[in-house]
Structures are given as C-alpha cells and as structure tokens.
Ligand binder design. Structure first.
Ligand code: ADP
Ligand code: MG
Length: 385
C-alpha cells in the first residue's frame, strides 16, 4: 500500500480531480472469544496496523464510483437502490458491494454520492477483516464528505447492516466495532448482547512479548456451510436448555447433563468455557500479565479444535510448531477452516518461532505462511485534512 499522498495523487490520475481527503480503517484480530459473538457473549478484538485506505471526493449527482488498487473492475452505481445482493452483479464487480452497500445504508442518514479510490495492505479473506475495514473507511469518508455526524457505535451497526443486508453476509458486530472503536495499546472488550464496549490495556511490547499473526494460506472452502451449521447447533442447544443464548448457561455441568446429543454437548462446552476465557483474559490484561495470556490462547485453540471442531491442519501445525519453539501460546482466529493463527511469543524468540512454523510448513510441502507482527493500533480515522 502506498502512503496517503501517493493515494491522493493516484485518485487525481484516475478521476481527473483532487480528492477531498483520505481516510483509513484498520483490520482486526480477535485476541480471544471465538464463536461467542452470535451466542450473545464477549469478544476481545484489537485493531491492526494494517488496513484499508480510501481517497474520496464528494459528488452531488447521487452516484458512487468506486475503484480499488486490489480489484480490476471499476463500478459506478446509484446511491438509491435496494440491496446490492439482489441485483445480481457479476463476480468481478462483487467487491464493490461493500462500499456501495455502505453508501446505500448511510443514504438514509443523509449522506450522498462520492468517488472513491481504495488501497489496502490487509490480506483479503485471511480472517483479518478486510471487509469491515473497507466498509468503515468508506463510511467515515461518506459521513465527513456530506457533513453527517453519526457516533461510532452507531456507525459500526450501520456498517454491519451494510454487510448483512447489502452484501448478504450474516456477520456479527465485532469486526466493524473493532475497526471503528479500537485505540492503540488496547484491546476492545465488546459485549455482543448489550453492544457496550470498554478499552483494556494491551501492549505486548511493554512486556517483551510479540504477537504474531500467521496467514496460514488455507482458503476457507467449507466455511460458509459449517459456520451456518455451528450457529444452528448453538441455537438448538440454547433452546433445549431453555435459555435465550448460550451466554446464559451458568451451570455448565448441569447443561452437559441435560443434553443428550454429544455434538451439542461439545458445542456448548466450547462456548461457555470460551466466555470464561475471555473474562479471565480481561483479568490478566487489567493486571498487565501479558505472558500469561499464552495459556488462554492455547486453551482456546484446543477447545476450537476438539469441542467446536472448526480448526484446520495448517492452523494446528502452526500452533504446534510455535509452541515447540518456545512461544507462550497460540490459537486459530476467525470462523474456522482457513484464515489466520495468532501466536504470543517472547520477542527474543520471535525469529525462532517464525523459522519453526516455516520449517513445519516446508516439511509438509505447503506454500509458506505469511507473518505479520500485530501491534494494537488506533481505529478508523481521517488521515489527510
Ligand atoms: P475478510 O474480511 O476476512 O478479509 P471477507 O470475505 O469478509 O474476508 O472479505 C473479503 C472481501 O472484501 C474481498 O473478497 C473483497 O470483495 C472485499 N475487499 C476487501 N479488501 C478489498 C480491497 N482492498 N479492494 C477491493 N475489495 C476488497
Ligand atoms: Mg470479513
């Protein structure tokens, strides 16, 4: 990704006019709390240094024109319109459903058209939430360009609505909330039932620790169907247990005794213990006990692998190799069946951990994984006046 000035210059070249500004929104990693969001539970994401930038200029003709340096097709669409997902856009234009969808949702709140040029250094589809970064950068730009003020928690809900209704992806609120609400040096505790959030101090470098994000280079082929199945299983278990959501299970032993189906028992065990792990992690963050987070991450991984059954071979291999090389802990992140892994390691062992993961991949003949250091960063913002 180029810097803001280079993006502004590229905008001028593409649209034959200067942009009114450049905005940036980060991707995120969820430290812990996986598959808890749709069970009304807790999540703990933080914003990455990587993200999506957008150079934009206001238009008053009711049109959004979007281009991306990561996509070949430029798309022009009216701001007025029904859900993009119902318009049957061809695959090469599908990416534009995110920014156009945001423009259509925000239209109801007083924004209008714009020309947008997008650039990103976030891998797409790696579980680092490039989709929410794209939505949130677009949303901030549109609000600023049209002088519309929407507070950030509400803007997160509107961006989520765009992904749900316009793109047709049934995601929760976490990604958009993380991209808009996170602050540097913190993770964001988000209660997915109330929507309330709080900043928790998280600065691994202050404790001599490094958090690595490993893009495992495994595509989530099964992801959609399996994700829907897990959601349905959790709903079924909640209804059998007579609770509104699995978050409300207070007596795990009792619940496991009530459920006959071993699959549902495993799902409930994961969700309930994962919520406890988020709470324990919050306690560790408050105490500044960063190295001790490793045990929580590894426990989460085992639970996702064995109880929720959503891990994949590359993730298990990466976590195993990292632990063998002295990492304090690690886990798969995201919905499962592909995407990324996070690894918490003492900084002085970070190179050795990377080498060990790369070697384990090479041994199996897999394409090398990609490593990023995750530094808890600021949320979405305007980067040029
Ligand atoms: P994730 O959010 O984990 O990266 P998603 O499947 O939710 O994965 O979103 C990825 C999609 O978002 C891409 O397939 C593409 O349509 C869109 N997208 C993300 N970043 C860009 C970009 N820089 N340019 C164009 N489209 C993008
Ligand atoms: Mg996404």
């Amino acid at each position: 990704m180029t810097g803001p000035q280079a993006l502004a210059d590229a905008f001028t070249g593409a649209f034959r006019r200067d942009p009114d500004g450049v905005w940036h929104a980060p991707g995120r990693v969820n430290l812990i709390g996986e598959h808890t969001d749709y069970n009304d539970g807790l999540v703990l994401p933080f914003a990455l240094g990587l993200g999506v930038s957008v150079a934009a200029a206001r238009r008053d003709d009711g049109v959004v024109e979007v281009r991306s340096r990561q996509a070949a097709a430029a798309v022009t669409a009216p701001v007025d319109g029904g859900p993009v997902v119902s318009e049957g856009w061809p695959p090469d234009r599908a990416w534009a459903a995110y920014p156009v969808g945001v423009a259509r949702v925000l239209r109801e709140h007083g924004t209008g058209g714009a020309s947008l040029l997008i650039d990103s250094d976030l891998p797409q589809g790696a579980g680092l939430s490039s989709s929410a970064a794209l939505e949130c950068a677009t949303a901030l730009a549109l609000c600023d360009l049209h002088g519309v003020q929407i507070d950030r928690p509400e803007l997160a809900r509107l961006a989520q609505r765009a992904e749900n209704e316009q793109v047709g992806v049934p995601c929760g609120l976490m990604d958009q909330a993380a991209s808009l609400l996170c602050t540097a040096g913190h993770a964001l505790m988000l209660d997915c039932r109330s929507g309330l959030s709080a900043q928790m101090p998280f600065a691994p470098a202050d404790s001599g620790m490094t958090l690595l994000v490993v893009d495992t280079r495994a595509a989530h082929a099964l992801a959609g169907g399996e994700y829907a199945r897990r959601r349905a299983e959790c709903e079924e278990a909640a209804s059998l247990l007579g609770v509104a959501a699995l978050r409300d299970v207070k007596d795990l032993g009792g619940a496991l005794g009530t459920l006959r189906d071993p699959v549902l028992r495993r799902r409930v065990q994961h969700v309930v213990t994962e919520n406890h792990r988020v709470e324990a992690t919050i306690g560790l963050l408050r105490a500044g006990a960063v190295p001790e987070l490793g045990a929580m991450l590894s426990a989460s991984h085992l639970s996702l692998r064995d109880q929720f059954e959503v891990s994949w071979p590359e993730a298990d291999t990466a976590v195993g190799a990292a632990l063998g090389a002295g990492a304090r802990g690690g886990r798969m992140v995201g919905g499962g069946f592909g995407g990324s892994v996070i690894i918490l390691t003492p900084t002085d062992r970070s190179d050795g951990v990377r080498d060990a993961v790369a070697a384990a991949y090479a041994e199996r003949g897999w394409e090398p994984p990609e490593f990023h250091e995750a530094v808890p960063s600021d949320g979405a913002r305007r980067v040029t006046p």
